[in-house]
Design a protein. Structure first.
Length: 257
């Protein structure tokens, strides 16, 4: 059972997570916050669920997470300034925050995989799904959904990247409340740099992305492209070097080789 009091003591934010919705069971924390009818309009609202019945992953995949063992939560951003054109940088700020939280609390080395997976020892420990709603051409609400494996030790099914958890890597159970508070504390700090210093977010992100400079393949649907992972541009798109030309990649699953 998630200890709300223990979590609250460790939360040092002003906005993120101050409106906190705890749920035993929900379809998807992302879907919940995307639904305008639920009238959750407070910037920084966090919805946390012990179990999701329809947890969503990127590219219409399903996100499975054992009940009560991990972190599955979503953060609502509806600050107009941030939503203007910083979608991609917020995406990087989110995965960077998860990575920094793991490093701060447990001194584990993390790796970031474009666009937003967090890996430890080459295995996936957290995934992030950004979804948004718009009115006309204006983004209204951005929902950042984070699924992080904490105390789950066994994973069943087939995965495109082998999963792991903090428990598997550390050989001991960890306090979910502490991890969630640390992620939100760091995320709020990172978010404050998104507007003024987006380059700092990208710089810290790229330090943890070990695929830059490597030969990669990128798969999007039926389509696979090959080349060198040249860089990430200022907007967060992947620059693929192939046949002497740079191509800007917006989506896809990246693999080495
Ligand atoms: C991925 O790596 O494919 C992204 C996984 C994102 C999962 C989280 S769990 C909380 C939030 N609610 C969802 O339905 N999905 C995200």
């Amino acid at each position: 059972m998630f200890d709300l009091e223990a979590f609250d003591i460790k939360l040092n934010t002003e906005i993120i997570g101050r409106n906190f919705i705890y749920s035993e069971e929900i379809d998807s924390t992302n879907s919940y916050l995307l639904d305008k009818a639920k009238k959750n309009n407070i910037n920084g609202t966090v919805v946390f669920a012990e179990k999701q019945n329809k947890g969503k992953g990127r590219k219409d995949r399903v996100w499975y997470s054992a009940k009560g063992q991990n972190l599955t939560f979503s953060i609502l951003i509806n600050d107009k300034v941030l939503l203007k054109d910083k979608y991609n940088i917020i995406n990087f700020a989110a995965s960077l925050s998860v990575s920094q939280a793991i490093e701060n609390l447990y001194q584990l080395k993390t790796e970031l995989k474009w666009p937003n997976d967090v890996l430890v020892e080459g295995k996936k420990i957290a995934g992030i799904l950004l979804e948004s709603t718009s009115q006309g051409n204006k983004m209204e609400r951005l929902v950042i959904g984070i699924g992080m494996n904490i105390n789950q030790a066994m994973f069943q099914g087939s995965f495109n990247i082998e999963p792991t958890s903090l428990k598997v890597e550390l050989n001991q159970s960890v306090e979910r409340e502490r991890v969630l508070a640390e992620i939100l504390n760091i995320f709020e700090e990172n978010l404050s740099h998104v507007e003024e210093h987006p380059a700092d977010i990208l710089k810290d992100w790229k330090v943890r992305c070990r695929m830059i400079g490597e030969k990669i393949s990128i798969t999007e649907g039926e389509n696979t492209r090959y080349g060198i992972f040249d860089d990430i541009d200022d907007n967060g798109f992947l620059l693929l070097k192939a046949k002497g030309r740079l191509e800007k990649i917006h989506f896809g699953d990246v693999s080495l080789g």
